[in-house]
Design a protein around this ligand. Sequence first.
Ligand code: HEM
Length: 453
Amino acid sequence: MSDNQKVEIPKIWLLKKPLEVGKIVKNPIPYFKNALNENDGLIKIIMTSRYAVMTDRPEIIRHFLQKNHKNYIKTKIVRNILKKQIGNGLLTSDGEYWLKQRRAIQPGFHRKRLEAISHIMINEITTYMEEVMDKYAASGEVFDMSKEMTHLAYKIVSKSLFSGSIKDDELDLIETTISAAQNQVITEVRQPYLKLWMILKGEIKRNKQLRKEADKTIYKAIEERKKSGERHDDLLDMLLDTEYEDGSRMSEQQLRDEALILYVAGHETSANALTWAWYLIASHPEIENKLLNSAYQTLGNEKPSFEKLRELGYSLQVIEEVMRMYPPAWITDREALEDDEIEGVELKKGKDVIAFIYGVHHNEKYWDKPEEFNPERFTPENKKKQVPFSYLPFGGGPRLCIGNNFALMEMQFVLVEMVRRYKFEIVKDQKIELNPLITLRPRHGLKVKVSKR
Ligand code: HEM
C-alpha cells in the first residue's frame, strides 16, 4: 500500500488536560469509549514520551490476536512488572517457551479432565452454600457479594488445582499475597511516581516476604503430593503428569509458576463475572424467572453435572450476556515485534496495540441496544450472526483463555445451584460504579441480602 493510502490515526494526549487525569485514572472506560466513538474506532494514546494504538474494531483486533499473532508479544507491563510478581507461567511468557508450556498444559483442560473437575466444583459450591450463604440467609444481614464470589472462586480454583492439599489458612495467605502483588502492579503501572513511597513504607519488602511464604506453601503441597503417590484427578496431577516431547518433566519452579498463574488468572475473572451476574439477574425479574424455570426443568431438585451442562443452555446464555456487558478482562494488549499494517493502519515495531474489549462489546455497530441486558443475543441461532471478534471475553487467537470452558462450567454450576436455593435482593441507594483495575470490578462492591426460596 502506498503512503497516501496510510490511515492517519487520531492522537489523544492523555496528559493534556491535567484536571481530567485524576478522573481518567479512576475510570478510563467512558473516556476511551468516547474517544473511539468519535474517531471511527481507532486512536493513538500519547502518554508523555510513549504512545499506544487503541482500537475497538474487530478486524484489527483479530489481526494482531489471531491472523498475524506471531508478530506480537505481551507488553512490557507483563514482561517487566507482572512477571516479577507472579512468575513465568502461561499468562506471562512468550514465544517458544510459552508454546511448549501451552501444549503441555492444554490437555489438562480437555473434556475428560473437566469432567473429573466438575465433581470437585459441585462439592465446593455445596459446601459454600451450607457454610456461608445459608447463614446469611438465616441472619438476613447485608453482605458484599463481590467479596463472597471472590472467596468462592478462590476455593473452586484451589480445590480444582490442589484438591485438599492447601489448607484454609494457607489459602488465605495465597489470597493475601496475590492481592498485594496485584496492588503493586496497578500502582507501578498507573502511578509509577508512588513506587518510592511504597519502598519507604516497606510495602515492597512486605510483599516479597508474603510471596516467599506463599511459595513455601505451594512447594510443600507439590512435594507432599509427589511423595504420597496418591491421585486426585485435579490440575496438580495433570501438571505433574505433563511430559515434554523429549520425555522430561516440569521442574519444581515451573510447577510453582504455572500453579500460581492458574490461581491468579482463574479466580478474579470468574468472581467478577459472577458478581455482575447476580447484579443483573436480581435487577431483571423476568430473566431471573426464566433462569429459575429452566434450571428446574432440566434438574428438578438434583445437583447439576457435567453431562447436564448441554441442557442448561439458558444459564450459559445469561453468563455470556453478563460478560458482554461487563467483560472481566476489559482490555488486552500486545507489543509489535516488527512493523506491521492492517488496512492501511500502521502498527509500529516496539509499540503497544490495545484491544478495548469493553468498547467492542458496547458498540452499536455490532450490538443492537448494547446497554440492554438481553441473554437472547446468545441463543445458538443468534450467535451464528455475530461478527467475528465482536465478542471476546476470553480473548482470541492462540492465546485464548485456557480456562474458558472451566470458567463457563463453574459459572453455570454456581448460577443454577444458587438461583434455585436463594433469592437475592440488591440493597437500594448504593452506587454501582465500574472499577477497571486488572479486571472489571464494581468499585464499591455489591451489597445484597439473601433469603431462601
Ligand atoms: C470468566 C472467567 C475468565 C475470563 C473472562 C478470562 C479471560 C481471559 C483472557 C481475556 C485471556 C487472554 C489474555 C490475553 O489476550 O493476553 C485469558 C488468558 C488466560 N486465562 Fe483466563 N479468563 C477466565 C477464567 C480463567 C480460569 C478459570 C483459568 C484457569 C483455571 C484461566 C487461566 C488463564 C490462563 C492460564 C491464561 C493465559 C493463556 C495463554 O496465554 O496461553 N482463566 N483469560
